[in-house]
Design a protein around this ligand. Structure first.
Ligand code: NAI
Length: 403
């Protein structure tokens, strides 16, 4: 009676989870990767090699293989209990579509990270009924910082989080795991081990709104580049540690706009728990208690954070070879705008909360990205279909948003 876990994806995170879940006696870990020839490469490599997860923090390692790696959704999905989405947000759709036939009442769908709009995507693809029957879990991030050592052979886990926050929809009731109330978080924890502790609290929309990268990365990009004169820079500027005071203030203002959205929804629908949606400063103090020497303000927090030295803006060599120019085709914009800030802005539009700072960022970003998400103050641009903004799914009311 094993817990059958499907790990969707074939990257760093999927490698880590495949080894960790695969090492549990009571778990059958299956990997589903639909991308290119990953399933074939991984399967072939495992035939003649061990699969090793190295925990670089304490020098320990795990030797354990997933039960199978496949690109066939039927082979992966039949009889599964938990589906983990461990791919960037743009990849969620194809896995949800592929595994829909194998979702039943009580199937857990856990996204690590969920990223803004995860719940809108699931509801559209599974349909409202099935989405409500399943247990949806959306986490803020991955449990680990990890990098593949060699494809299909192993992965270095550079750090394990102490806890990982998320939210959940659906609880209890008869389930695929038997007729007892399902302790979804316990099952999720069972395939990960003791760390990180999973903390699931509040409505899924809270995880969508608090998604830190969606406004942190995009605000820093805006702050640094919106009035750039186009001249190459001799050096790549520091991303976090190089924050200036004007951008720090904007970050606080954007964070306030997001909190305003959450508080307005809570007011309009009493009982809705969006308490995860806190200020950017409180989020940092809570998430990184031991990494911030100067906690005075968001400016000092980002400039002194111990994990950030050396992290620079995404740049490429300038054509004239005289330095570096910013790269706008990098995930700080290409993921964090369509699967991030446009979702927040779309929610604000439905709730009727003004977001002047978020608007500035989206209008600038869509310009440098050559996209059109927002027109005349509405999330109605021609490229809205590439986002997870609620308007893309035809959601119109607060109840639509809450599901
Ligand atoms: P990754 O970059 O290793 O994953 C890439 C995988 O996504 C590929 O192996 C493939 O299976 C799939 N993929 C890539 N391009 C595709 C395409 N065009 N079509 C379909 N599938 C495609 O990502 P990783 O590192 O596993 O991270 C997963 C998520 O977790 C990302 O959103 C990442 O930002 C986030 N994250 C990663 C951390 C890390 O240390 N690796 C830490 C915190 C968050």
């Amino acid at each position: 009676n094993k817990l059958v876990v499907v790990i969707c994806g074939g990257g760093n995170g999927a490698h880590a989870l495949a080894g960790i879940a695969g090492s549990k006696d009571d778990v059958e870990a299956r990997v589903l990767t639909l991308f290119a020839d990953e399933a074939e490469r991984w399967t072939n490599t495992m035939k003649t090699n061990d699969f090793v997860v190295n925990f670089t923090e304490n020098g320990s390692s795990l030797k354990a293989k997933p039960a199978l790696v496949t690109k066939d959704p039927k082979v992966a999905g039949e009889g599964c209990h938990i589906i983990y989405l461990v791919v960037p947000a743009f990849g969620h759709r194809q896995y949800l579509e592929a595994l829909k036939p194998y979702c039943r009442k009580g199937t857990i769908i856990a996204a690590m990270p969920g990223a803004p709009g995860f719940e809108f995507e699931v509801r559209e693809i599974l349909g409202k009924q099935l989405a409500n029957d399943c247990i949806l879990m959306s986490f803020e991030s991955l449990p680990w910082a990890c990098r593949i050592t060699e494809y299909g052979k192993g992965v270095d886990v550079l750090g394990v989080k102490g806890f990982m926050k998320g939210s959940m929809h659906g609880e209890g009731g008869p389930t695929v795991l038997g007729n007892s109330p399902l302790e979804a978080v316990t099952y999720g924890q069972g395939s990960l081990g003791n760390r990180p502790t999973l903390i699931c609290k509040g409505h899924l929309l809270g995880t969508t709104l608090i998604a830190i990268n969606s406004y942190l990365h995009t605000t820093i990009m805006y702050g640094r580049w919106h009035d750039w004169d186009g001249k190459p820079l001799a050096e790549k500027p520091l991303f976090y540690n190089g924050l200036d005071e004007v951008t720090a203030k904007m970050l606080e203002d954007v964070s306030q706009e997001i909190q305003n959205i959450a508080r307005e929804i809570e007011k309009r629908r009493p009982g809705t728990d969006l308490s995860q949606v806190v200020s950017v400063r409180d989020w940092y103090l809570d998430t990184w208690p031991n990494h911030i020497p100067d906690k005075t303000s968001i400016y000092t927090i980002l400039r002194t954070h111990k994990s950030y030295p050396g992290l620079v803006h995404p740049m490429e060599p300038s054509k004239d070879g005289n330095g570096f120019v910013p790269l706008f085709t990098q995930r700080y914009l290409t993921e964090d705008i369509p699967f991030g800030l446009t979702v927040t802005r779309g929610i604000a539009e439905i709730v009727g909360v003004p977001t002047p700072n978020i608007d500035k960022i989206i209008l600038w970003a869509q310009g440098v990205m050559g996209k059109e998400y927002m027109v005349d103050g509405k999330m109605a641009g021609k490229d809205i279909g590439e986002t997870r903004s609620p308007q893309r799914y035809g959601l119109k009311t607060v109840d639509d948003l809450l599901g």
